[in-house]
Each structure stands twice: as C-alpha cells, then as structure tokens.
Write a protein that binds this ligand. Structure first.
Ligand SMILES: O=C(O)CCC(=O)C(=O)O
Ligand SMILES: [Fe+2]
Length: 318
C-alpha cells in the first residue's frame, strides 16, 4: 500500500526567541512526538564524516566486526540481533548496528567502548568522539527548551540528574536494503518507540523511516518521514512520555526497506542510570492521576533491552 508523507514541524534551534521556540516544541510533542531540528550547530560536514566512517566500518569483513561484538550494549550487533516486535515471525530486524558512548566516568569504565583498531580505521575514533560531544551540546540546549515547554525551570533536567554527560549512546546503523520477493514489507527496524528521553537522528537521505501516529488504530497507518539535509529528526522516548504522564508522545516508528542500502546515526539522550523518572507535578492532577509508577532509568532500560536484544543478560552491571 502506498504511504503518504507526514509533514513534521521544523524547529530552529538558533532562534533567539526561546519562549516561542519552546511553545513550538510543546505543540510538536503533543501532536506528533516527532519534529525536525535545524540550525542545531552540528555541521553537515561532521554528519557526512560520521556516516562515511560508519560505512567504512560496516564494509569490514564480518569476522573483523565480530571481534567488536557487543556483550552489553556497546559494540557491534550483527544482522537480526534486535527484534522489536515479538509477534513478528521473522528472525529479527534486518540491520547491523554499532553502539558507543562516552569513555568518561563510571559508565565509561563499566562499559568500555569497543573501538576498531587504528590500523584499520585511523580516523574513526576522533570522528565518533567529536560527534558525541557535538550532539551532546545540542542535547543540552534542546532539553532546556523542552523544560520550558513543560513550564518547568530551564535547568530542570540537569537538576534531577536526567541530563548526564555520560549516559547518552550513539548507534550507527546499516540497512542492507533487500526487498522481500513476496511483496511483504521488509523491516530494517520493526515497529517500536524509543526507550529514553529524546532521540536525535541523522540519515544519509535514503528513505525508509515511517511513523504511526495512532498505535491503537487497526490496521496501523504508516506515514513516511523523509530526511531533510542537515536537519536532525528528533523524537520523544518512553521515559519522557512517563515523565509527562503521556502528554508528550513517544510515537511508534519503524524503518522499511525501499530496496536500497541505508545508513543512519541515532543518538539516544538517555538519563543517568540512577535517575528516577516519575510523573511531573505539572502533568497530573486529581482528574488525571499518574499513569506510570516511578522507575529508575537503568531498571527500565534493562527490562526493555532484555525483551528486544538477543542475549542481553550480561548487561546487568549496576
Ligand atoms: O534508522 C533509523 O532511521 C531509525 C532507527 C531507530 O528508530 C532506532 O534505532 O531506534
Ligand atoms: Fe527508534
């Protein structure tokens, strides 16, 4: 079935008018849970560099990539390592991934990054570390606006330990892009909502990302979200939905194959593992009581990853 294109709102991070930007973000998060973010400060050149280094990595022979295979979250995930929809009969999502995070602090020690050797990919690590730091700057700015959008103090997410310098992770993705000969939709990433607070996505421009605005409507209606060069596609995750008592929507999305190889980079702005996520006072009242009990971020992630990743049990360290 042909899908239609969803025109998402565009947020300009360089606008000096913080209050109107926060209002636009609020509207976007209430309506879609998805928006484009432009003028965010990460150069197109930087994004292209990360995508091309990612391509270099995924072009390595499988046995060299398997040396970096993940045991927890960080490292290489071969095809079909993740499966979001347990109901799907297929063996798993048709994508390869590589996940890395900060090398600093407790998390950097507990979950060391698995960097490819310098002989193989000399420019890889500096490009990836630079990207991490650049996107963190965007995340810090964006979360201050999200706090304003929720009528909170600008530094709310910093104060509650949600905004951590070390907890966010970067996931490089490669979709091989084969089509299912039977004409069925082939999922590179099956339908899911993101687990954390906010995700910032960059792609190489190959289509495939789709969102479903109403997950309760059967059958699900999927709309295409095309990439805009230089802009991030930003979406709300489940922990933000819990914080806001469902006011901000963590929208179902997926990546379908269009018969072309596709590369993307997702940055998950996850809260500190010890941060307790509980309904914001401004988002509940007597007629709308909290819908979700408080949860420690790390407990929540472990629960979700153990449902979606093959052999995740080794990830329990804190
Ligand atoms: O590759 C994409 O465009 C989206 C990936 C995604 O939704 C995810 O990894 O959570
Ligand atoms: Fe996602």
């Amino acid at each position: 079935m042909e899908s239609s294109t969803l025109l998402l709102p565009i947020i300009d991070l360089s606008s000096p008018d913080k209050i109107s930007t926060a209002q636009l973000i609020r509207r976007a998060c209430l309506d879609h849970g998805f928006f484009y973010l432009m003028n965010h400060g990460v150069s197109e050149e930087m994004i292209k560099k990360v995508l091309s280094e990612s391509k270099n990595f995924f072009s390595l022979p499988l046995d060299e990539k398997m040396v970096m295979a993940r045991s927890d979250l960080r490292g290489y995930s071969p095809l079909f390592d993740e499966k979001h929809e347990s109901s799907l009969t297929s063996k798993g999502d048709s994508k390869e991934m590589f996940t890395y995070g900060s090398s600093q602090g407790v998390l950097g020690q507990l979950y060391p990054n698995k960097w490819p050797s310098q002989d193989l990919l000399p420019l890889w690590r500096p490009a990836m570390e630079c990207y991490y730091n650049n996107v963190m700057d965007v995340g810090r700015k964006l979360l201050r606006l999200v706090a304003l959008a929720l009528n909170l103090e600008e530094d709310f997410f910093e104060r509650v330990g949600a905004l951590s310098d070390e907890a966010p992770v970067v996931r490089l993705l490669r979709y091989p892009g084969e089509l299912n000969p039977s004409g069925e939709v082939t999922c590179g990433t099956s339908a899911h909502s993101d687990f954390g607070m906010i995700t910032l996505l960059a792609t190489d421009g190959v289509p495939g990302l789709q969102v479903c605005r109403n997950k309760d409507k059967e059958p699900n209606v999927w709309e295409d979200v095309p990439g805009i060069e230089g802009a991030f596609v930003v979406n709300i995750g489940d922990l933000m939905e819990r914080w806001t008592n469902g006011l901000f929507r963590s929208t179902l999305h997926r990546v379908v194959s269009v018969g072309k190889e596709r590369y993307s980079v997702a940055v998950f702005l996850d809260p500190d593992p010890n941060c307790v996520v509980e309904c914001l006072e401004s988002c509940c009242n007597e007629s709308s009581p909290p819908r979700f009990p408080p949860v420690r971020a790390q407990d929540y992630f472990h629960e979700r990853f153990s449902q979606t990743l093959a052999s995740y049990s080794t990830g329990l360290k804190i």
